[in-house]
Design a protein around this ligand. Structure first.
Ligand code: FES
Ligand SMILES: [Fe+2]
Length: 468
């Protein structure tokens, strides 16, 4: 399906609700696709990513002082993460500044990581603090530093800043990442494909009615007061509105609900790689789609715990224990110390994502549409598009308008940074990240994005209320 077209000045125009695009603007050329997908050092998008703090690891991956270092691939750079004797997390270049041996094999001891080749030792700032192979009269030690990036820990995640500011910006005020211990959940899973197609999948809320719940019946969703998702099963298609915001853009999928109401699923894209999609079990949650490099991605799902909001059955995803998601069908037996061996899921390309054709034929339950379990549903789709999807052949429909907009504002902001140094959205506005996704009923004929501003900004409203 092609977005509604009309003529203006003899040119075909693809029309969204708030934006109009020429065909050329919608279809991405190879150059534009490269711009969006390449994130290594010196690339336009990679430079923009480096303006932001990035959630990069789980705190639990470095469980104790002086524990084993971890290989961390981030924006095309090979890094080593370690927790020093004081508990501080360091992220330094993998290649030893002396003669390039891997710091992964280093001794993590007495507030530094010591290369085991010639014993040079580096602290979390990247300063060389010991050089035992060189004679003591030299001052060479003062001239040698390792690549080192600033880190912070918050809400179960280790954040890394790879940018150029001496004083980095604040962390984004993502509510689910600002809870006390026990009040949030963090899970991650690895995708063997480019970050952009992963993010497009996470920002796209229409696929839930097919990929994850295509075999579900509306009456299986127990209580419409708790979950409006039954309307996404009753009417599988949706209309779509998109609006620009200070943090990125907002999409409103909407479809008929009751006679006088429309069901709106309001999702956000937040720079540079966050999606907030409505789900009754994931209050105030977000997804971070963090590029490891051009061909590998880590996806973090962060939620507030809210057992009062049970997850509806069978919307794909992880098994539920005590009302909470437990995993993404992770396969611990495939965990390893390699660059891409963190948080692997069981279904991968080589086993066809564990597709069960009998389950697919049976057409019942969360497995019954795709036949694929867990996050193999998402990875099966996004990885099978090709490791770096070529976007010059696609046919975008009405419900892709949010994705079209996201691509355009990412391209525009990254170019503006490159060309005139314009700070990209959100870097210096951490409060904007307090927004929430929304799933609700709105009277027919009302724009749900505009009508639900109070719900979207409920976090700010609560704080503005006077104490007592
Ligand atoms: S290569 Fe690391 S100390 Fe020599
Ligand atoms: Fe999905």
């Amino acid at each position: 399906m092609v977005i509604v077209t009309k003529r203006r000045g003899g040119q075909r125009i693809l029309r969204g609700i708030k934006h109009e695009y020429t065909e050329e603007e919608v279809m991405l050329s190879k150059e534009e696709n490269d711009l969006l997908t390449r994130v290594g050092p010196g690339t336009i998008m990679g430079d923009m990513m480096r303006e932001y703090w990035m959630p990069s690891m789980m705190t639990d991956e470095l469980p104790a002082p002086d524990c084993q270092p971890v290989r961390l691939r981030l924006l095309g750079e090979n890094l080593i993460a370690f927790r020093d004797t004081n508990g501080k997390v360091g992220v330094i270049g993998d290649s030893c500044p002396h003669r390039g041996a891997s710091m992964f094999f280093g001794r993590n001891e007495e507030c530094g990581l010591r290369c085991v080749y010639h014993g040079w030792k580096f602290d979390t700032n990247g300063d060389c603090v010991d050089m035992p192979s060189e004679p003591p009269e030299g001052r060479f030690i003062e001239k040698v530093t390792a690549t080192a990036y600033k880190t912070q820990e918050r809400g179960g995640l280790i954040w890394v800043y790879m940018g150029t500011r001496a004083e980095p910006p604040s962390l984004p005020s993502l509510v689910a990442n600002m809870q006390s211990e026990g009040e949030y959940t963090v899970s991650g899973y690895y995708s063997e494909c480019n970050w952009m197609q992963s993010l497009e999948g996470d920002y796209d809320t229409i696929h839930v009615s097919f990929l994850h719940a295509g075999a579900r019946k509306p009456e299986e969703i127990p209580d419409p007061d708790i979950s409006f998702e039954r309307y996404a099963l009753k009417t599988r298609w949706a209309r779509h509105h998109v609006a620009d915001t200070g943090f990125g853009c907002t999409s409103g999928n909407n479809r008929p609900a009751e006679d006088d109401t429309t069901y709106w699923r309001i999702a956000h894209f937040l720079f540079p790689f966050y999606a907030m999609v409505p789900a009754s079990f994931r209050e105030k949650g977000f997804i971070a789609v963090v590029p490891m490099d051009d061909e590998n991605t880590m996806r973090w799902h962060v939620s507030c715990r809210n057992p009062a909001l049970p997850r509806p059955p069978g919307f794909g995803g992880p098994p539920i224990v005590n009302g909470l998601p437990t995993s993404f069908h992770l396969d611990a037996s495939r965990n390893g110390t390699g660059w891409f061996e963190r948080f692997p899921i069981a279904g991968v390309r080589s086993n066809d994502y564990l597709i069960d054709r009998d389950a697919q034929r049976a057409f019942v339950g969360g497995l019954g549409y795709s036949g694929m379990p867990g996050r193999g549903q998402d990875n099966g789709m996004t990885e099978s598009m090709g490791v770096i999807y070529k976007r010059d052949q696609e046919h975008l429909g009405v419900t892709d308008a949010g994705i079209i907009r996201m691509r355009r504002i990412l391209a525009r902001a990254s170019r503006a940074l490159r060309e005139d140094g314009t700070t990209p959205p959100g870097v210096d506005n951490p409060e904007l990240y307090k927004v929430r996704s929304v799933s609700t009923l709105v009277p027919n004929g009302v724009n749900g994005i505009e009508a639900t501003q109070d719900l979207q900004w409920a976090e700010l409203a609560e704080e503005e209320q006077p104490a007592g």
